[in-house]
Design a protein around this ligand. Structure first.
Ligand code: GDP
Length: 424
């Protein structure tokens, strides 16, 4: 006797359908559902949104694992303690970001929506740069000093200096050039010990970097149009907020244009920043034509007598040709309204990627005429020497540096302060 027969005998009939039939239907339904899930699951796993859900769940698990167990350190009570904890939390959050390029990186919105820790007293630009370059300084000085420990300059020491400079991401060309000069000065006894070397390196690098024209190309007849390019994740949106904030603090009327229409999150982030900073934003629906956004922004800037428009652009297109076409279209559209615009094309690079930032810069400069570099995240890296690599390898001036996550964490690049901060 089958399952429905046994159940039919055991249970009274309910109308036309027995209880046994009902159980049988549920069992069959369950089996069919299992088969469907078994067939669909492997396909589902390949889908982007499913991967994204898995990543988020993984991160939640990691965050849970990192959080202190019950009975762990008590929450800080003092203002200093609270600020220290908040800063540590922010740092941990940045470190948790998934930078993977192949899945299409989108910065988490909470990076800008979370309340920022307000410093009681804003550090000076020099202070910011010194703090930002502290990791680079530590690494470079530790390496160079340990090379000389109890030794005078000789061929072996010169080789170790070469390795230290490469580790600090000063770039192979610059390193070779300096090593040659050091060798010459070693023979003439101008450089023999660490103090000599430090002074020589500092003077040499400063002189070299002073050859850059670091002034922003402001137009005599506003608005000045600034196009911002760079790959997703480099810090482009945050850097635009910093530029907008700085220009506004200088008394300029600023409009930002959300022309990275490929990423809905980029438009949302820029909107939040614009509101926070108190500047106008021109945007369209996500997925719209970036050139149309730029066109409307220029129109709005002229009508509202703005001094500067900062145009965000897409940081990830499928091919180089695609990227070139997109950026050229934006430039053409802007030039229809203001013939000599854009006046600045700023490329945002992530300093933490060291020599990769130099390669990225080479790629972008082959596509668009970049006029200056915004070197973001200089505070989070020991690879600050990359600034020197920029001079040697692509020779596009680094006009701004990013030194943290708030709109105030920006400084104009100053060769003297920066190089002193790297070596002193
Ligand atoms: P985008 O995808 O290129 O637009 O990158 P975002 O502007 O969204 O920045 C990505 C992440 O880097 C965010 O968490 C930012 O807060 C962080 N970030 C951006 N600039 C800096 C910087 O100068 N220093 C530090 N420490 N973090 C930064």
């Amino acid at each position: 006797m089958n399952l429905s027969g046994i159940l039919a005998q055991a249970q009274p009939e309910t109308g036309g359908t027995t209880f046994g039939d009902l159980v049988l239907m549920i069992a069959v339904g369950g089996i069919v559902l299992l088969i469907i899930v078994a067939i669909a699951l492997p396909r589902l796993r390949k889908m982007k949104w499913f991967k994204s859900l898995q990543r988020k769940a993984q991160k939640r698990r990691e965050v849970k694992a990192k959080s202190p167990p019950a009975g762990g350190p008590a929450p800080p009570t003092t203002r200093k303690g609270k600020r220290k904890r908040a800063l540590a939390d922010q740092e941990a959050e940045v470190e948790d970001i998934d930078w993977s390029e192949d899945e299409g990186y989108e910065a988490p919105l909470q990076a800008v929506t979370k309340p920022l820790v307000k410093l009681k007293k804003k550090p000076s630009k020099r202070g910011l740069i010194e703090r930002g370059l502290s990791k680079t300084r530590k690494k470079l000085l530790t390496n160079l000093r340990s090379v000389f420990k109890g030794r005078q300059l000789d061929e072996a020491v010169i080789e170790e200096i070469r390795a230290s400079m490469l580790t600090a991401d000063m770039g192979p060309h610059f390193t070779e050039e300096v090593i040659e000069h050091i060798r010459e000065r070693w023979h003439t006894k101008e450089v023999t010990d660490y103090e000599h070397l430090e002074k020589y390196l500092k003077d040499y690098v400063k002189k070299d970097l002073h050859q850059w024209d670091l002034a922003v190309n402001w137009t005599a007849t506003p608005p000045t149009v600034v196009l911002v390019v760079g790959v997703n994740g480099s810090g482009k949106t945050t850097s635009i907020a910093k530029l907008a904030n700085q220009f506004k603090n200088e008394g300029k009327k600023v409009i930002v244009a959300a022309a990275d229409t490929f990423r809905a999150a980029a438009v949302d982030q820029l909107t939040i920043w614009a509101e926070r900073i108190g500047v106008d934003i021109v945007k369209h629906e996500p997925g719209g034509d970036p050139a149309a956004v730029a066109y409307d922004a220029v129109d709005a800037a002229i009508a509202r007598h703005a001094d500067v428009i900062i145009v965000d652009t897409a940081g990830r297109l499928h091919t180089q040709k695609n990227l070139m076409q997109e950026l050229n279209k934006i430039k053409r559209v802007i030039a229809k309204k203001i013939p000599d615009a854009p006046h600045e094309v700023i490329m945002v690079l992530d300093a933490t990627t060291g020599q990769n930032a130099v390669s990225q810069a080479k790629l972008f400069t082959s596509v668009v005429d970049v006029t200056s570099i915004f070197l973001a995240k200089l505070d989070g890296t020991a690879k600050g020497g990359v600034v020197i690599g920029m001079r040697e390898e692509i020779d596009i001036p680094v006009k701004f540096v990013g030194l943290g996550e708030t709109p105030d964490d920006i400084a104009p690049f100053d060769p003297d302060i920066s190089i002193d901060a790297m070596f002193d």
